[in-house]
Design a protein around this ligand. Structure first.
Ligand code: ACO
Length: 311
């Protein structure tokens, strides 16, 4: 092991400063980052599907334009994150191959179906809300390229959340049937959104080390509880309810408590047996095949430009 490198690495962490791509880092730190960043990138890319499902059926031209822009933002997030992962030495082609081979993880949440227009609102409000809650602390992650990518991503996610909130608010203030549609979407997305934060702390093998490395700043349960506290207030403004009658603020611990979650369902989804896992991967494979000619054309163009420069 590189003793001077390790000392420098530890000194950077001790002063809560940043590790950059050319700095020496332990292999396990590099591996953890590639694992988390690539999982995150894949989530952004697969996450385009459930919402894209509603682009052609958005209720107005304005809603359609907003949703298209939002789905494109998610693609952009995926690209920043793949670039951040590449600075650690793993090429994007390899990450994509792992994803389409079904060997890589992406967030559990994107394996749930979008059944109504209100689901687009619930995704913006709950799913992007949970993403912000999880990702704002990641802006301070010790690995420079990851933390910097997070800053811009979080700004865009804030717009996304407001967009979702506004869809739900309009439905909730609409006809009784529209309000019911909004409530139904919130009922279905609430628990899966809480599971986005990962397994409970005592069942989270990576948390301790990731926190020691200043990658994660808070534990899965801490962030989940913080999120519940935010949603409890926002749902009142929406005029809807959360499907959880056990939520309470525990004066003793100063934390929000939520009802129990079905961690068996979470495990099933992670094992590839969620409602839409196979459909999501199939669609991603098709898109990759359909894009082959674009990649070939871009590579041929780059090669020609290079030759022109040399000549
Ligand atoms: N969906 C799928 N897999 C998950 C989820 C989830 N919601 N939560 C945890 N896991 C996986 C972990 O990746 C890990 O598996 P691995 O070791 O094969 O990678 C395993 O479950 C155990 O979990 P933890 O030990 O708690 O893992 P970790 O410390 O990485 O924490 C967390 C998980 C909180 C999701 C973390 O990786 C993280 O903050 N990632 C960045 C945010 C992110 O990926 N967001 C994507 C969804 S939001 C969006 O993009 C719109």
């Amino acid at each position: 092991e590189d003793i001077a490198g390790l000392a420098a690495f530890e000194a950077i962490l001790a002063e809560d400063s940043r590790i950059e791509p050319r700095d020496w880092m332990p292999e396990a730190y590099r591996k953890t980052l590639v694992r988390q960043i690539s999982q995150h990138a894949h989530s952004e890319i697969i996450g385009m599907q459930p919402e894209a499902n509603w682009i052609s059926r958005a209720p107005s031209l304005k809603r359609k334009a907003i949703l298209m822009a939002k789905v494109q933002d998610e693609a952009g997030h995926g690209l920043y994150l793949y670039s951040a992962a590449e600075t650690l030495g793993t090429p994007r082609t390899k990450l994509t191959e792992d994803l389409i081979a079904g060997k890589a993880r992406y967030s559990s949440i994107f394996n749930y179906p979008t059944r109504s227009w209100a689901d687009v609102g619930a995704i913006g409000w709950l799913v992007d809300g949970a993403a912000i809650c999880n990702q704002v602390p990641l802006c301070r992650a010790s690995y420079g390229p990851y933390g910097r990518a997070m800053v811009r991503i979080c700004k865009e996610e804030s717009f996304h959340q407001r967009q979702g909130f506004e869809i739900l608010l309009e439905l909730s203030q609409g006809t009784p049937a529209q309000k019911q549609m909004a409530q139904d979407a919130v009922n279905r997305w609430y628990a899966p959104a809480l599971m986005m934060f990962g397994p409970p702390d005592d069942d989270s093998p990576n948390s301790k080390q990731s926190m020691a490395w200043n990658i994660k700043r808070f534990s899965n349960d801490e962030l989940r509880q913080r999120f519940v506290g935010m949603m409890v207030e926002q749902v009142k403004v929406l005029g809807l309810t959360l499907p959880d009658d056990q939520i309470r603020f525990d004066e003793e611990t100063g934390k929000w408590q939520h009802g129990s979650l079905d961690w068996n369902e979470f495990k099933e989804v992670l094992a590839g047996r969620g409602a839409c896992n196979s459909q999501r991967l199939e669609r991603r494979r098709e898109a990759h095949q359909d894009g082959a000619w674009v990649r070939e054309a871009a590579a041929a163009y780059a090669l020609r430009e290079q030759r022109v420069e040399v000549a």
